[in-house]
Design a protein around this ligand. Structure first.
Ligand code: C5P
Length: 316
């Protein structure tokens, strides 16, 4: 076993962290920038689909090992390409720690589904490493590492409801009342985020794309805890691109409309479609309708907002 290095105090043997998925209630995409990225204004909500990630010390010289378990394992890299491995490597390099680590990820967040599953695992890794090595990192230190790993990672550290600007990585918490109920139509095959952004650029070629701004009506609906009003103003600029790459998603959206969803949209870059419903009974009705429609891979139910990446178990 590697000797635990620590900045302060005694370090534990393993740490487990629970991290949520996100949906974007608003995703407004500005013009493409010189570096290929887009300025965004997005309103995130963390929802109750979770990955659980455990980090323990590995044998000396073993490097970073990743194991994936759970019901969403297909297509998740178990090597250096996993964002959790990248997060762990970045922290080991920054704090000069031995990088012999065993990371186990129990995945429930859909892979390549537009719900930030990979980013969630990166956020969980930052929180777990902080605890495992007793690094006592400040929120700013964590956020800096998070933003280098991906645009959605900083939000998943904090969770709740927040406005994201810049690349989506500059986070300001937003006030939100009450609990919102979601039905999520999952696809069996994911969509690549860069491909969806590229398609968005292609569809908007020649158009005058304005700099995005936060939606006042949407933020007011959240503040009032008004699900009916929120349902009417959900927007995603990536939705036409996701439809263009996956035309069958329109059929999924139609089922939700028919069964009285308060609102619906493609989640992030898709292909998950999120339906806002009034309560758990309504969620169950829509789940049954979607399952019997034959146009979705599977269906999940979730509520939000929930907390961000959080330590749930420490073994000494
Ligand atoms: O930051 P992240 O690695 O999650 O981004 C994945 C991809 O999404 C990028 O490679 C880029 O194609 C696209 N993206 C973008 N503008 C943003 C965020 C992401 O174009 N603000």
């Amino acid at each position: 076993m590697s000797a635990p290095a620590s900045r302060s105090g005694r370090a534990p043997q393993s740490v487990a962290v629970r991290v949520p998925a996100k949906i974007n209630l608003q995703l407004s995409v500005g013009p493409v920038e010189a570096d290929g990225y887009h300025n965004l204004v997005t309103v995130f909500q963390a929802i109750s689909l979770f990955d659980d990630l455990t980090i323990a010390y590995g044998d000396a010289g073993s490097g970073i090992k990743i194991s994936i378990t759970g019901d969403q394992t297909h297509g998740v890299p178990s090597d250096v390409n996993n964002l959790a491995a990248k997060a762990a490597a970045a922290i080991c390099a920054k704090y000069e720690l031995a990088d012999d680590l065993e990371i186990t990820i129990n995945k429930s967040i859909p892979v390549a589904g537009g719900m930030a599953g990979g980013s969630a695992d990166a956020a969980a890794t930052i929180v777990a490493m902080d605890s495992l090595f007793a690094l006592d990192m400040s929120r700013d230190e964590m956020t800096e590492i998070a933003a280098d790993l991906g645009s959605d990672v900083p939000f998943l550290l904090s969770g709740g409801t927040a406005v994201g600007t810049g690349r989506g990585d500059q986070i300001t918490q937003a006030l939100s009342r009450g609990t919102y109920h979601w039905v999520l139509a999952l696809s069996t095959v994911g969509l690549s985020t860069p491909a969806v952004y590229k398609e968005c650029d292609r569809l908007r070629e020649g158009m005058d794309v304005v700099e995005p701004v936060a939606s006042d009506v949407l933020l007011k609906a959240l503040l009032a805890g008004d699900a009916q009003a929120l349902g009417k103003v959900l927007t995603n600029d990536l939705q036409p691109a996701a439809f263009s790459l996956r035309p069958a998603l329109r059929l999924v959206l139609d089922v939700g409309k028919e069964y009285g969803a308060l609102g619906s949209l493609v989640s992030g870059s898709g292909p998950t479609v999120a339906f806002l419903v009034g309560d758990e009974d309504h969620a169950l009705d829509l789940t049954v309708a979607l399952m019997s429609s034959g146009v979705v891979g599977s269906v999940a139910r979730a509520y939000g907002p929930v907390h961000g990446a959080k330590v749930i178990d420490v073994k000494n």
